[in-house]
Design a protein around this ligand. Sequence first.
Ligand SMILES: *[C@@H]1O[C@H](CO)[C@@H](O)[C@H](O)[C@H]1NC(C)=O
Ligand SMILES: *[C@@H]1O[C@H](CO)[C@@H](O)[C@H](O)[C@H]1NC(C)=O
Ligand SMILES: [Zn+2]
Length: 505
Amino acid sequence: MIQSSAHVSVCSPQMNSISLVCLLLCTRVSSFRFEELTQYVASHEEEFIETLRQWVAVESDSSDVMKRSDLHRMMDMTADKLRLIGGSVEMLDVGTQALPNGSSIALPKVVTARFGGDPSKRTVCVYGHVDVQPAKKEDGWATDPYELTDIDGNLYGRGASDNKAPVLAWIHTVEVYKALNIDLPVNVKFIIEGMEETGSNGLDDMIVAQKDSFFSDVDYIIISDCVWLSKRPALTYGTRGNCYFFAEVEGPKKDLHSGLYGGTVIEPMTDLIGILDKLISPSGKILIPGIREAVAHLSDEEWKMYQDIEFDLESFKNDIGLSELMYSNKVDLLAHRWRHPTVSIHGIEGAFSSPGTKTVIPAKVIAKFSIRQVPNMDPAVVEKQVTDYLHSVFAKRKSPNKLNITMVIGAKPWLADPKHPLYEAGKAAVKRVFAVEPDLIREGGTIPIAKTFQDVTGKNIIMLPIGGFDDGLHSQNEKISRYNYIEGTKLFIAYLHEVSQIKKY
Ligand SMILES: *[C@@H]1O[C@H](CO)[C@@H](O)[C@H](O)[C@H]1NC(C)=O
Ligand SMILES: *[C@@H]1O[C@H](CO)[C@@H](O)[C@H](O)[C@H]1NC(C)=O
Ligand SMILES: [Zn+2]
């Protein structure tokens, strides 16, 4: 007898006709050949790792135009792999990328694939990416970043966790069903891109263009491009957005010598630091009027959810090498990491920044700062709030210098309902594979494509991570453990089954 929570939620309504459907469902549930499927995964572990090794070996760094041919090759390999297991594959041209020197190069094609088209079944669409962040051994890697290296059950390599192993785990999920000649319980589509790490160039337009074709029969979108919070498996139901600003202060027409001119001019850098200091207080309170008021209220229920999450403050502190954090209890810390906005100042362009003691007064300086977005903030409103506020703060300085504020990125936050059947299915799948309840978590970072999928297609989205909390995405010594890769594949197998049990009422 199956006791999944998805099942409970599906069967909870009191109407009798629904109990009948429930009975039918239970009959179908019992035919799920989970043991057989996961046995296959276990016995093909080395083969799955070998494929990951081949994928990691491709330097598909989307930020480096010199590696573009590798990236094209990576997309071809992805398409080939999907074809090999029987998918109807297309490679969509998404145009070109303009380079700073005025020339342009082809963007990597977006790979789409379809398995099954049974209208009586649910259809899921798995999104992933096979491009990676840059990596060089000299950056401080213990091993060659493009040679998958197994140390104590951890598979080190650039892109191992972000996002090649999760993409392969999804492909292997389909492969396992096929190999055992077991019908896929849902139709599965894939959309795999190669520009995620540099902002998904071309993908937004492609999604808009495919809204009524590729996406028309998709019920749900699944993204496995994030990680757990601890050793406990997690489901992710929200990400923060980001509004990124340039604040430029311009004064004299050229840089000046501080000995010759210092004391006679109002320095742009002094003005800039002065206004930056008014963005956020030392205790983390955002000082821009209107921003804090827009933030959704933390409900008791949400507080309780945070309370239940497995999270070790001490190891979080140790990991980043700090003895004290902004908040000393778990709920406040998680809330400020996930569901409150914050201001970060990233740098100042035009400032003297090399070692040494140059005595320059920079003529023009540009600060880069960003504000993480959460419900119910609106980037367009935030842009006005920040611009008006900084101009008013600047005006009080009565400086003759010129201030120019521009918002260069306005990415909205994404939030799903963790009680949606899609998440209930996730809880049931985690329980089946790991015999625990998953943590329900959010991401402090931004995955803009989730919001695009939501806004353009109107479909429900789930983020179903398999990466470990310590995988070191974007960092030196990125890895995924064998355990997460292989058990993660089993999780996806179970998840497809659970999704097939979601009924429309
Ligand atoms: C522009 O830059 C790219 C990449 O660095 C290079 O391959 C190309 O030849 C350059 N084009 C021109 C016209 O300089
Ligand atoms: C302000 O800065 C932006 C971006 O740096 C630039 O496009 C714009 O022309 C500037 N405006 C003024 C008034 O200088
Ligand atoms: Zn990623």
